[in-house]
Design a protein around this ligand. Structure first.
Ligand SMILES: [Zn+2]
Length: 195
């Protein structure tokens, strides 16, 4: 696993570890957002999770992953870990990642994608209403962490890996399109406050 680049490994974790959990979560009526925690040393998976807002509206994929992480008996120091979020974290999750001591997070989709491709405008609406910030108006690199978009990392790879990762990116997006349609068609029946 150590010969895998970080972009390649994070895409694999989304496709093979997070997406199956999310497919199940969405079939129950939860949102499409997921997260995972990996070791920096060998990029091995510590935990993957998905949104569980039907149980608790705070169980976004990221916070749900953190909750499960802190339930582990033995766990690495968060400074030794990578935080992966399928979608750019909302302000709650971004703060949770900060309070947990991570010095990084990596996202696949952006806040704009959540609004435009997933019909979930709440991240950007909270950023604007509560913090007075436009999209992208928070500090993506700051004293606590540096954040990255996986698409930018893919662009920095060389072919043939870059082409392979772009094909994988397209495959992952198609899978999320289907899950998003499922969620949107079922959401009128749920009690999630910001559905
Ligand atoms: Zn969140």
């Amino acid at each position: 696993m150590t010969n895998s680049t970080i972009a390649a490994r994070l895409l694999d974790v989304i496709e093979h570890d997070i997406l199956p959990l999310t497919a199940r979560g969405v079939s129950l009526g939860n949102k499409v957002f997921g997260a995972a925690i990996l070791r920096k040393s060998d990029l091995s998976l510590v935990i993957a999770e998905t949104n569980n807002e039907l149980e608790n509206p705070l169980w976004h994929g990221e916070v749900h992953a953190l909750k499960r992480f802190y339930e582990l008996g033995e766990k690495p120091n968060t400074k030794e870990l990578i935080f992966l979020s399928t979608h750019e974290p909302c302000t709650m999750c971004m703060s949770a990642i900060t309070w947990a001591g991570f010095d990084n997070f990596y996202s696949f989709f952006s806040h704009e994608d959540s609004r435009d491709a997933f019909a979930i405008p709440h991240d950007l609406k909270i950023l604007k209403e509560v913090f007075g910030l436009e999209p992208g108006g928070y500090r993506r690199n700051n004293a606590f962490w540096n954040s990255f978009f996986i698409a930018d990392l893919v662009e920095s790879e060389d072919d043939p890996l870059k082409s392979k990762l772009k094909a994988q990116t397209a495959r992952i997006k198609a899978a999320y399109d289907d899950l998003s349609s499922n969620y949107q068609s079922s959401k009128s029946g749920n009690d999630i406050p910001l559905n």
